[in-house]
Structures are given as structure tokens and as C-alpha cells.
Design a protein around this ligand. Structure first.
Ligand code: GDP
Ligand code: IMO
Ligand code: MG
Length: 423
């Protein structure tokens, strides 16, 4: 069964894109299965850096068919900006397929996202303001417009007008601005005409591809603890990044999947609000942010830094059926004298067995740490496990022992070749 899922195991930005780019070389299709342009996925090849939001990270290989699956919410201005940027840099997007079942994002979704966040005051989620939540809400309400509707442009224009009028009334009623509907209809009719050639019945395309012996990679955006059910609700995104979401968002079945790679950084970061037990608010956190360049690709926000949390990773193993981990950004810890790793939580002096199902309890846990000595040398040149200093191997061993899943890939730099793949 040649389907691999790549999923973030923390709160996003784990380096999923780099690992997907690495794995994509041996795959034929790379499929985004959820989220939208709230994602910021960076791939570095030589001196070239590619920042992707909607286009699957496999696009850099000529042999890969990139697919935007049915579970994605698609912002057309962003999609075409990304296509134009990639093509101007010599990366062809002609092979891209967009699921007819994917939902489209419209300006009113962004306006509503901003309005709701603004009205939340101190209780802000800290969303990316890309309209992701409102677009998924329209899908759940069964009033969303799907990408396949662009097959009939006249009907599409009517639908955009009808939805725009309803959304504009809602915005005004909630204290927001009215939508310039004529402008939106005109802009989106032009975008829809451009989208039409990319539209495909991707569910059947992917099943036929598997039947023909192709290898498929399902690319998660966001991460396990941003999952709308299993994450730190309400400080989550509005989709299902976990591996189960990969089947829903691609139309492949659970038994098609043989490999689930969980991506984790050697430490933890989080963008936006919400509890974060191992958060570092001292100079060690500043060092992680500086060395790891922990600023959002999409919003430019400083990411909140913290130590690696194995309680999270154990829960991620459960939720995603992880077969292995890719441990990224280990080189960021090169200069640290010592490295803390959280191996358990207590609440009111009592050890918790699993990850708490209550965000208020999570906000009150005390992490239990194991402190390891740092390796104090650069890992950037390491290309095999044997090259790693013994202290770095001890760090990997601790993760494997505590979490019970092997670490098969170790990231030692942002570049495509800067990793150790254990065979
Ligand atoms: P994603 O959203 O999970 O794809 O991750 P992002 O691309 O938002 O953030 C990860 C950042 O770390 C990017 O700038 C990558 O180029 C970079 N990166 C990925 N792996 C490594 C690594 O092993 N070492 C270092 N130093 N940087 C890495
Ligand atoms: P990648 O794929 C990190 C966070 C936002 C906010 C919450 C809800 O690059 O890992 P949303 O706009 O989705 O409604 O915001 O989710 N968030 C991310 N954090 N990486 C991401 O994507 C994220 N996408 C959304 O910061 O806290
Ligand atoms: Mg990111």
C-alpha cells in the first residue's frame, strides 16, 4: 500500500515541507488534504528558498503531480499568485490538479475572521485572518461554493452574488463593513475562468493512480494540536490535520495508508494564543527564536518557543498511528549547554497518565523535565547517524525510548540535503 501521510505533531511549523520535499522524490503524487493559505511551508534547495501556502510541497520535482485535495479551502488570489511566482522562477505548475470538491474562500470569509477576532478582545485565538474558520463554517452549513462550480461560469457568478449578498448582510449586522459585491463577482469570475483547467475529480484520479502502481504522499498542513477535535480547542484551526483527516481530505481510505511520518521539531513552537506547558519566556527561548528563525512565514509573527514535550508526542502517536518520526531543527540546539525534555505532567502534585482533555487543566500542568548535556558543536555537516555526537544520539534515544516510535529522519539544517536518513 504505497500511501504515506506526513503530519505535524506539535502546533505547526515543524518543518513538514522540508520533509515532504525530501520524500517527494520517491513519490508520484503529493496531495494537500486540509487547511488553506494559513499554512506557510518553506523548502530550501541550494540558494533558492520557496515559501508555499497552497501548492503541495512536491511541486519542485518535475515528475510529481501536485494535488489540492477536497479537504482544502482554496483562496484563488493566493493560489494564482503562488502559481505565477513559482512559474516566474522556472517551476511549472501545469500538472497541478484542484479537487472539484474543495471549498473556495471569498473576501467575506476574511472580513468575518477579522471581525470575530476583533470582537473577542482578550480571548482572541490569534488566527492568521485568512478566512479559514468562516470558510469551513460555510462548508459545515452547506452553503459554501465548491471549486467544481467554476465548470459553469454563469451559474458560478450567480452563486457568488447570492452568497455575497447574504454574507454582506451578516457582516453589517455584526458591526462590520458591507461587501462590494459587483467587484467580488467580477474578480472571482475572472479567477474562476483561470481555475477551470486545473479542476479534476481528484478522488478518482488518486484511486486510479494507486491502481496503476503510483506512490502517493498526503501532505498535512498545521498540526495535531491544532486539530479542531483533538487540539487545544478553542485555540485550534478549523480542519483535521491529524492522519484521519488525510483520508477525509483526499478520498483515499484508511487501509490505503501504510506509513505515517510525524514531524517534530527538537523543541516546540506555537503561533497565536493557547496553553503551552513547556513555553520558555527567558533568554533560552530568545536564543531558540533567533537561531531557529522562528517567525511565521505567513504572518511574520514571532513564534512562542519552548522545550520539546514528549507528552504531546506520545499523544500524537496515538492520534495519528505514527510509524516513525522526523526530528527537525536539531542543529538549532547546537550551542546549548544543556537541553530540557518534558517527559511527563503533574497537576496538583498528581501525575497525569495521558494528555489532558481539558484546556484549562493543560494550562495548569507542571512539566517534569529530563536535562541532557548539549553537544556544543555544529551538526550542519552530519549526513549519517554515525556522524552525530554522542550527546545528540542520547537526545534521539531518549525520544525513542519515551515515545516508543523510531526517529527515521533527523534534520540538521534547512537545505534539502541537510538531513540524516536512518535506514
Ligand atoms: P512547516 O509549516 O511545517 O512546513 O514548517 P515551516 O516551513 O513553516 O518552518 C520550518 C522552518 O525551518 C523553515 O524555515 C525551514 O526551512 C526550516 N527548517 C526545516 N528543517 C530544518 C532543520 O532541520 N534545521 C534548520 N535549521 N532549519 C530547518
Ligand atoms: P503550517 O502548515 C502554525 C494557527 C494560528 C492560530 C490558529 C487558528 O505552516 O504549520 P487559523 O487561521 O487556522 O484559523 O488560525 O492556528 N495556525 C498555524 N500555526 N503553523 C500553521 O501552519 C498554522 N496555521 C494556523 O496561528 O493560532
Ligand atoms: Mg509553517
Amino acid at each position: 500500500m504505497p500511501v504515506t501521510v506526513v503530519v505535524g505533531t506539535q502546533w505547526g511549523d515543524e518543518g513538514k515541507a522540508k520533509v515532504i520535499d525530501l520524500l517527494a522524490e520517491s513519490h508520484d503524487y503529493v496531495v494537500r488534504y486540509q487547511g488553506g493559505h494559513n499554512a506557510g511551508h518553506t523548502v530550501v534547495v541550494g540558494d533558492q528558498k520557496y515559501a508555499l501556502q497552497l501548492i503541495p510541497s512536491g511541486v519542485l520535482y518535475d515528475h510529481v503531480v501536485p494535488v489540492i485535495g477536497n479537504g482544502v479551502v482554496v483562496d484563488l488570489p493566493t493560489l494564482f499568485k503562488e502559481i505565477d511566482t513559482l512559474e516566474s522562477r522556472g517551476v511549472s505548475c501545469a500538472r497541478l490538479k484542484v479537487s472539484s470538491l474543495a471549498q473556495l474562500i471569498f473576501p467575506w470569509h476574511q472580513a468575518l475572521d477579522a471581525l470575530i477576532e476583533g470582537q473577542r478582545g482578550d480571548a482572541k485565538i490569534g488566527t492568521t485572518l485568512k478566512g479559514i474558520g468562516p470558510a469551513y463554517a460555510d462548508k459545515a452549513l452547506r452553503v459554501g461554493i465548491r471549486a467544481g462550480e467554476v465548470r459553469d461560469i454563469a451559474r458560478f457568478a450567480e452563486r457568488v452574488r447570492e452568497r455575497g449578498v447574504a454574507a454582506s448582510e451578516l457582516l453589517v449586522a455584526r458591526g462590520g463593513q458591507a461587501i462590494d459585491i459587483d467587484h467580488v463577482v467580477e474578480t472571482f469570475t475572472a479567477l474562476a475562468t483561470r481555475l477551470a483547467p486545473y479542476i479534476a475529480d481528484t478522488v478518482n484520479v488518486l484511486h486510479d493512480a494507486l491502481a496503476d502502481g503510483n506512490e502517493v504522499l498526503l501532505e498535512g498542513a498545521q498540526a495535531t494540536f491544532l486539530d479542531i477535535d483533538h487540539g487545544t480547542y478553542p485555540y485550534v484551526t478549523s480542519s483535521h490535520p491529524i492522519a484521519g483527516g488525510a483520508t477525509v481530505g483526499s478520498g483515499l481510505g484508511p487501509r490505503d495508508i501504510s506509513r505515517v511520518v510525524g514531524i517534530t521539531k527538537a523543541y516546540t513552537t506555537r503561533v497565536g494564543a493557547g496553553p503551552f506547558p513547556t513555553e520558555l519566556t527567558d533568554e533560552r527561548g530568545d536564543a531558540i527564536v533567533d537561531i531557529g528563525k522562528e517567525f511565521g512565514t505567513v504572518t511574520g509573527r514571532r513564534r512562542r518557543p519552548g522545550w520539546l514535550d514528549l507528552v504531546m508526542l506520545r499523544h500524537a502517536v496515538r492520534l495519528n498511528s505514527l510509524t516513525e518520526f522526523a526530528l527537525t531543527k536539531v542543529d538549532v540546539l547546537d550551542d546549548f549547554e544543556s537541553i530540557d525534555v518534558c517527559v511527563g505532567y503533574t497537576v496538583d502534585g498528581v501525575a497525569l497518565r495521558g494528555y489532558p482533555d481539558d484546556v484549562d487543566v493543560l494550562g495548569r500542568v507542571t512539566p517534569k523535565y529530563v536535562t541532557l548535556p548539549g553537544w556544543k558543536k555544529t551538526l550542519r555537516g552530519c549526513r549519517s547517524y554515525a556522524d552525530l555526537p554522542s550527546e545528540a544520539k542520547a537526545f534521539v534515544d531518549l525520544i525513542e525510548r519515551e515515545v516508543g516510535v523510531p526517529v527515521s529522519i533527523i534534520g540538521v539544517g534547512p537545505g534539502r540535503d541537510e538531513c540524516v536518513v536512518r535506514t
